[in-house]
Design a binder for this molecule. Structure first.
Ligand SMILES: [Fe+2]
Ligand SMILES: [Fe+2]
Length: 492
């Protein structure tokens, strides 16, 4: 049995699931093994389901109750896959595995928020509980005084005391506790990156009266995996923040890009002819009324005219390339996230193989999984987590992966609508995490995941000049989907 060879046992229900799998089982087992790490001894049914979720299955009410009395089951509903209209599915098939488009249910009532946070807590707790034998907060009593305990909690507040210790108020569905990281503690440095609303594990000594002195901290993180997750064919170009309609949009550079991708200019590497996908992570147009005084920065002042021009820019791409368009905060969709796909009236302006998705969205590019998200949460992460900057957005994106959440901090610059489930939890390991928004190229490999921030097509604006922000425009990352090798193509 392949699991035993790799040092794992397999639970009977997981075995049943594997045996009932209709597709190629070898492939499933290979993918499953690639997601497991050394800390897991027994492969459970959840591990199999996480790889290959059925279209819809009833889910038990989360054990978590971050708020009172909401026991109704929550639907875990992936939409039926929407595929690009490709003549030959092997040539460039894009499958939309999951996004919010047409499925927003939130009203924004108190109960929605409770459900949203419970969903976040429950999903991340499940990941952490594989590595941490934790107990509910309510089980801490006087008798546990002086004993070492482990908990999984959502961070309600984090602050530093006058003496320089870090105090973290943690909540789980059963209660609250104060975790104290003393400045002499070996995990004190790690604790500097803790942000509100993320879910972490702590282990420490309980004092018998609501306080834990922390010895170690645990983040959900991705399984250890050094090899890139490969298995596709052809190439994918990743881009974002085109900002058509802005007077800073670099149309000449775009035309050079178009002529390269269409095979009309020199291509010594032969990459252009192998491109199958172009994924756009938001801010297709500059929009209107996004910030005070924007009119002065616009070359096209009507948003529909901006999209007409954007369609002209993208409709010129040769057949054989599927273009996936995900929105950003400058686009004509709701600002509250998750954002749905561009509306029908805009979609109609585009021709050829175009797939419109929300943000965030899970895609499969001929079998290679890609998680695309515009990346507005990078603003909040850069502000709160020491060591992060706009110049290196890939580091903020690695923090998303480590926290298994695209937007760990709730309610700062990003307005998240409290949907029934938290679409920002990174439940599976994507082969590619693709963001934009910050207008700076950033590329890294984190535990096998290709982490790409795809820059912009907008040159430095007056505002950016004043703020000393240096965009890196007209650079397009290219991923070879067979080897997952990433190259930067320059069109400036
Ligand atoms: Fe942008
Ligand atoms: Fe943006």
């Amino acid at each position: 049995m392949r699991f035993a060879e790799h040092g794992y046992q397999i639970a009977p229900d997981a075995l049943d699931l594997l045996e009932s799998y209709p597709g190629p089982r070898d492939d499933l087992i290979r993918r499953l093994l690639s997601t497991l790490d050394d800390s897991i001894a027994v492969v459970r049914a959840e591990d199999v389901l996480a790889l290959d979720p059925p279209a819809e299955r009833p889910r038990q009410a989360p054990e978590g109750r971050l708020g009172p009395g909401l026991a109704s089951p929550v639907r875990l509903h992936d939409p039926p896959p929407r595929s690009a209209p490709a003549a030959d599915p092997d040539i460039s098939s894009v499958e939309v595995v999951c996004d919010i488009t047409g499925r927003s249910t939130c009203v924004g009532e108190y109960e929605d928020f409770i459900r949203y946070f419970r969903d976040r807590y429950g999903k991340i707790r499940e990941m952490l509980s594989r590595r941490l034998n934790s107990r509910p907060i309510e089980s801490l009593s006087k008798s546990a005084s002086g004993r070492e305990v482990s908990l999984i909690g959502m961070v309600m507040e984090v602050r530093t005391t006058a003496k320089g210790n870090r105090v973290i108020e943690l909540e789980d569905p059963t209660g609250m506790v104060t975790a104290i990281v003393q400045k002499e503690s070996p995990c004190f440095d790690q604790s500097q990156g803790i942000v509100t609303d993320e879910v972490i594990g702590v282990t420490g000594m309980y004092d018998g009266s609501g306080r834990i002195f922390v010895k170690s901290l645990l983040w959900p993180d991705l399984p250890n995996q050094s090899q890139p997750l490969a298995g596709g064919a052809g190439g994918a170009l990743l881009t974002s923040d085109i900002h058509v309609g802005s007077k800073y949009f670099m149309s000449d550079a775009w035309d050079r890009f178009l002529s390269w991708v269409n095979g009309e200019s020199e291509d010594p590497s032969g990459l252009a002819s192998r491109v199958k996908y172009l994924v756009i992570a938001g801010d297709l147009v500059d929009g209107i009324g996004i910030y005070p005084g924007q009119e002065g920065d616009l070359s096209i002042k009507d948003i529909y005219d901006q999209y007409e021009e954007a369609a002209r820019c993208l409709n010129g791409i040769r057949p054989g390339i599927t273009v996936v368009i995900s929105p950003g905060n400058h686009d004509i969709v709701r600002q509250a996230e998750p954002q749905p796909a561009l509306p029908e009236e805009i979609q109609k302006m585009f021709s050829g193989d175009k797939v419109f998705v929300g943000s965030p969205a899970w895609l499969s590019l001929g079998g290679v999984s890609l998680l695309v998200y515009h990346g507005r949460s990078i603003d909040d992460l850069v502000l709160r987590v020491p060591g992060l900057s706009y110049g290196e957005p890939e580091k903020a994106m690695m923090e998303m992966l480590r926290r298994r959440h695209l937007c760990p901090i709730y309610g700062n610059r990003v307005s998240i609508a409290p949907e029934q489930e938290d679409h920002y939890v990174i439940q599976r390991t994507p082969a590619v995490l693709h963001c934009g928004h910050v207008h700076t190229i950033g590329i890294a490999r984190y535990k096998g995941v290709a982490v790409v921030n795809s820059g912009t097509w907008q040159s430095q604006t007056d505002f950016q000049k004043k703020m000393n922000i240096q965009p890196t425009p007209a650079i397009v990352p290219h991923i070879d989907l067979a080897t997952m090798k990433i190259r930067k193509l320059l069109f400036a």
